[in-house]
Unconditional design. Sequence first.
Length: 541
Amino acid sequence: MTSGMTLPSSQPTVGNLADLLRDQARRRPDQPAIIDTHRGKKRVTTFAMLERQVGQAAALLHRARLRPGDTVLLLQPMSAELYIALIAVFRAGMTAMLVDPAVGIAQVERCCARGQPRGFIGSARAHVLRLLVPSIGRIPHKISIGAHLPGAIPWSHAKDLAPRDEVSACPPDTPALLTFTSGSTGQPKAMLRSHDFLLAQHRVLQNTFADDDTIDGVSMTALPVFVLADLASGVTSLLPPGNLRKPGQIAPAPVVADILRYQPHRACASPAFWERIVAWCQHHHTTLPSLQTVYTGGGPVFPTLLADLQACAPQARIVAVYGSTEAEPIAHIARDDIQPDDRAAMQSGAGLLAGEPVAETALRILPDRWGTPLGPYTGDEFESARMPVGEPGEIVVSGAHVGVGYVGGDGDAETKIRVDGVIWHRTGDAGYLDARGRLWLLGRCSARIEDTHGAVYPFAVEAAAAGHPAVHRSAMVVWRGQRVLLVEPAYPLYDGELDMLKHSLAWAHLDTIRVVPHIPVDRRHNAKIDYPALTRLLRSM
């Protein structure tokens, strides 16, 4: 892929995210930019060191015969090397391509065949994929991190090169970052973010979370986009140890040890990650007093987890963030802002409270017509189609940090709406706005059930069940004509406990509740229910 791939232009600004990072190196050269304890080895990279190493990495890319407009595949765990490589790619005017190996070999092949990268930077383990994924094997220019491998330039050679100081001046629509949807329901769709998009996203994150941006503090970050935001804001990023591609399997003890040692004021991670940390802290009677703010998102965040996090970090403001691949963030809510009547509403099937939309996100609720292309609309037609307060429908969003389309237009007809020339993204999520302008989530539009009992959103049932102390995870399905709630218990259940749970969910008209040892979740986030795997589980019961 070359610079022939373009994006629709938004605001008429010119910039490169690497410019912000260079500015931080000038302003605070000796401040740590990244504290990386990957593989048990502590490494502190100051902003000045980061600037130099990024320049040397850019020189290595040039030596590898990669040029502005080229696409470079990055397969490296969250580490200092990943961000040095990513920023170097941005600086050189190239496009960074990220693929999650957790989606499986077949999907990685489809993504690489689609993206056609000319460069590949990855760990020694990632280079094994050259033998398994034909499209990776055909990439002409390869760089290996951590090992000398045949056919690849060692990353270590960069330290002997003079830094390339030039930062490419990028027009707003210059491609910067290429990622892919999971493809769980078909072919993966490619989303291309421009430099202008990344700068807009940085501004949204900075404005939304500015209340705790203490420059002299440390932010522990397990969500990749937050690391870039921290670095661009001059905040030190502590990268937690472990395989962050599998947050539900993270070893909690080393993470807690790092938090106690480096005393971060802020922490950002997925719900699956925090569940592991919370369980460890509860078992070992440990708290994390340095944390002033804790963010969690990337999967459903139920009030029980927020309460557990509050007990784990008693001084912290606990915040749940809602967003998607195409729009991050969309809305957020602090635990302290969830009132008793809100919790009662969630227990009664109102869904999950996601909070107020961020200021930079325009959000509307349209009638649920998911699967049917919509528009174009005039502004008046669009506004007249909005659902009234409290009425559920499909969540659609727009903003400078919201993706306006997929590469090649794949999926655009189903997921984009033009309103007087402005593109709105259809999230595919169902929800509604309450009288206070807060967003409530009801799960996927496509999951809505209609039967003789009426209509119900399974996610609303699961959100209510999550409030029961015996429920670790639940999933509602219609199986052989019956409404079935599958429950993965938090502890061995005593006699009558399931009857009590069923009684509390009487409004959902469940036919039965079944206990299972484990409810399968997606490999990518370890938080969203894997419904195809769940169907296989039901067939085996």
